[in-house]
Design a protein around this ligand. Structure first.
Ligand code: COA
Length: 310
C-alpha cells in the first residue's frame, strides 16, 4: 500500500506587512531584505486569530479537496512550534472543531522541518494498513515569538498554515522515499527563549549543505536520477539557501517553488503553503516527481520524494 497526498489546503492571513513597513520598525531596508533573503512581504495573523484557527481553516480546505469528511479521519498530526498553549495540542483543538470524532490527535515539534516529519509519521500508519485517512497540518503564528526589535530575525518570518490529507494511492503514485534527520549539537544556533534567537550565519551554512544533501539522498533512495525530478519545493527560509539546493539538483529556476517573496519564512507551514500555490498555478501536475526538502531548529531536517497524484 502506498501513501500519498490526496487533498491540500492553506490559510494565509490577510494582513500584509511589506519591507517598507519593516523599515519603520527596525533599522533595515527593503533593499537589504530583498537581496539577502528574497523576502518582499509577509502575512501576519490578527490578534484574534491564533495558531489553531489557521490550522482549522487550512484543514477544512484540505478535507474538501480530498473529498474526505472529518468523520473519516483516523489521525491528525499538527507540526508547529507556536501552539496556542503547551496543551491541549492544536491537533486536539481542531479535532473538536472539525468533528473528527474517531481521529487520534497530537502535535509534533520539529520546527521548520516539522511538516516533513508529520508526513512521514502519517505515512507509516497508512502503509501498514492501520489507518486510511491522516490529516497533516504545518502551521505557525511566528509573530507571537518574534522580537520586533531584533532586525536579525524580525524581517524573516511570517504566519500561515498549510494542510494535506494523506491516504492510500495507486501503486505508481505517492511517497517514493524520505530522509529525516536531527543534530542536537546545533540546538544553540536557533531556539526560542522568550523570542526567537538565531545565529544566522551558522544556520545558513548548515542549511546550504543539508538541503542539497537530503534532496540528492531521497532521489537516490527512490532509484531516480536528477533528470527525473520535475519540481522542487524547498523550505522557504532564504532564497540563497533555496538556490543552493536547486543548483545541487541541476534544476532550471522555473522548476523550483518560490513563495518566500510573498509570505516570508512560515516555518512548518512553508512547504504545504508552497505546494498549494504550485498545484493551483499548474506547476505541479499529476504524475510529476516532486522533491520537498526542509530544515530548521533542533537542528532538524527532512526530505521527501513523491510522485504527485492519487
Ligand atoms: N537589515 C539590515 N542589516 C541587517 C539585518 C537587517 N534586517 N539583519 C542583519 N543585518 C546585518 C547584520 O547585523 C550584519 O552586520 P554586521 O556585519 O555589522 O554585524 C550584516 O547585516 C551582515 O550579516 P550576515 O549574517 O553576514 O548577513 P547574511 O548575508 O548572512 O544574512 C541572514 C543574514 C539571517 C539573512 C542569513 O544568515 C540567513 O538567512 N541565515 C539562515 C537563517 C534561517 O534560515 N533561519 C530560519 C531557519 S528555519
Amino acid at each position: 500500500m502506498n501513501a500519498g497526498i490526496i487533498g491540500i489546503g492553506r490559510y494565509l492571513p490577510e494582513k500584509i506587512m511589506t519591507n517598507l513597513d519593516m523599515e519603520k520598525i527596525v533599522d533595515t531596508s527593503d533593499e537589504w531584505i530583498r537581496t539577502r533573503t528574497g523576502i518582499e512581504e509577509r502575512r501576519l495573523a490578527e490578534d484574534n486569530i491564533d495558531t489553531s484557527d489557521m490550522a482549522y481553516f487550512a484543514a477544512q480546505k484540505a478535507l474538501e479537496d480530498a473529498g474526505v469528511t472529518a468523520e473519516d479521519l483516523d489521525m491528525i498530526i499538527v507540526a508547529t512550534v507556536t501552539p496556542d498553549r503547551p496543551f491541549p495540542s492544536v491537533a486536539c483543538m481542531i479535532q473538536e472543531r472539525l468533528g473528527a470524532k474517531k481521529a487520534c490527535a497530537y502535535d509534533l515539534s520539529a520546527a521548520c522541518a516539522g511538516f516533513m516529519y508529520g508526513i512521514i509519521n502519517g505515512k507509516q500508519f497508512i502503509e501498514n494498513g492501520d489507518y486510511k485517512n491522516v490529516l497533516v497540518v504545518g502551521v505557525e503564528k511566528l509573530s507571537k515569538i518574534t522580537d520586533w526589535n531584533d532586525r536579525n530575525t524580525a524581517v524573516l518570518f511570517g504566519d500561515g498554515a498549510g494542510a494535506v490529507v494523506l491516504g492510500p494511492v495507486s501503486e505508481n503514485k505517492g511517497i517514493l522515499s524520505f530522509e529525516l534527520g536531527a543534530d542536537g549539537t546545533g540546538a544553540k544556533h536557533l531556539y526560542q527563549d522568550e523570542y526567537i534567537i538565531m545565529n544566522g550565519r551558522e544556520v545558513f551554512k548548515f542549511a546550504v549543505r543539508q538541503m542539497g544533501e537530503s534532496a540528492v539522498n531521497v532521489i537516490e533512495k527512490a532509484g531516480l536520477s536528477k533528470e527525473d525530478v520535475d519540481f522542487l519545493v524547498p523550505h522557504q527560509a532564504n532564497i540563497r539557501i533555496m538556490e543552493a539546493a536547486r543548483e545541487r539538483l541541476e534544476l532550471p529556476i522555473e522548476k523550483m517553488s518560490m513563495t518566500i517573496n510573498k509570505y516570508g519564512n512560515t516555518s512548518a507551514a512553508s512547504i504545504p503553503i508552497s505546494i498549494v500555490e504550485e498545484v493551483e498555478n499548474g506547476r505541479i501536475k499529476d504524475g510529476d516527481v516532486v522533491v520537498m526538502v526542509g530544515f530548521g531548529g533542533g537542528l532538524t531536517w527532512g526530505a521527501i520524494a513523491i510522485r504527485w497524484g492519487k
